[in-house]
Design a protein around this ligand. Structure first.
Ligand code: HPA
Length: 297
């Protein structure tokens, strides 16, 4: 018998239907409007979710599974500081061998669930002079040097879940929401620290950069370098989802410190700030919820 292979859109909707069922039966609430993606060693915010619904990626139809240490690979959903959120603890990367469509599959599923705002966190190398290891930086913009764009191919207009989205060509002038950044700054101040803003340059990895590359990227205006986030941001914007990006500077970029770069160093530095990031996200959640209510059509 010939089996009809499902389209990408159908697989996204299938995964979303599965998750919606799980979340609604457990929380009794409509699907969350705020999502978070927690990067390498940055998963602690998920621990603050009350009575969480936990769904390992392996249980979700068509969902990619992370192969990297430090990315636990599960969805944690429930109230965070009184607001229902859906957290992806761990993500998959292009360097693992996943296609751009697979890398952004979870973001598509979040879009299908009705998410309005997403907080993308990552571990990043610090390029700007003055950055300290452990510092959190809100993304003001990005430079896509991954070598791909996840939207190459036929435009799937059905991903336009929000009004005016799902377009072939769309504006990226404010890829990272100014309003969400202002809320993040406010939340950081309440936590007693200043949140700097930076420009994140994304590469495919998995090798770290050379010192010459870092010098070149600095000249281009990048202040942070990493291997994630940008494909997710592009796809989120395609769906009309507001994006807040937060990098944790886990190391100074290549050539800027005496030490060699290693995944262990990145992971360990992430572990050391994940609690501060968790507190920031906890404070931020009701602020984002209030913004969503204000901007409801
Ligand atoms: N380069 C690329 N990706 C990274 C780095 C880095 O220095 N640190 C954490 N992720």
């Amino acid at each position: 018998m010939v089996s009809m292979s499902k389209t990408y859109f159908d697989r996204v909707m299938g995964a979303a239907a599965f998750l919606r069922e799980k979340l609604e039966s457990a929380t009794g609430e409509a699907a969350p409007q705020i999502a978070m993606v927690l990067g390498s060693g940055l998963g602690a915010a998920a621990n603050a979710v009350e009575q969480p619904v936990i769904v390992p990626y392996a249980e979700i139809p068509h969902f990619p599974r992370s192969t990297v240490e430090g990315h636990s690979g599960r969805i944690v959903a429930g109230p965070l500081n009184g607001v229902c959120v859906v957290i992806m603890q761990g993500r998959v990367h292009y360097y693992e061998g996943y296609t751009p469509e697979q890398v952004t599959f979870p973001m598509r599923v979040l879009g299908a669930l009705g998410v309005r705002a997403v907080v993308l966190t990552n571990a990043a190398g610090g390029i700007k002079e003055g950055y300290r290891v452990g510092q959190l930086v809100a993304l003001a913009d990005h430079i896509n040097f991954t070598g791909f764009n996840p939207l190459v191919g036929t435009n799937e207009a059905r991903f336009g879940f929000r009004p005016g989205s799902g377009l072939r060509f769309f504006d990226m002038t404010e890829a990272y929401s100014k309003a969400l950044r202002a809320l993040a700054r406010e939340a950081a101040q309440e936590e007693g620290f200043e949140l700097d803003e930076g420009v994140y340059l994304a590469l495919s990895g998995p090798s770290f950069e050379t010192p010459a590359e870092i010098r070149a990227f600095r000249t281009l205006g990048a202040t942070l370098v990493g291997m994630s986030t940008v494909p997710e941001t592009i796809v989120a914007r395609h769906m009309g989802i507001e994006v807040l990006g937060i990098s944790c500077v886990t190391n100074l970029a290549a050539g800027l410190s005496a030490t060699r770069l290693s995944h262990e160093e990145v992971f360990e530095a992430g572990r050391q700030v994940e609690d501060r990031l968790a507190r920031l996200l906890e404070r931020l959640t009701p602020k984002i919820a209030a913004r969503i209510r204000q901007t409801a059509e």
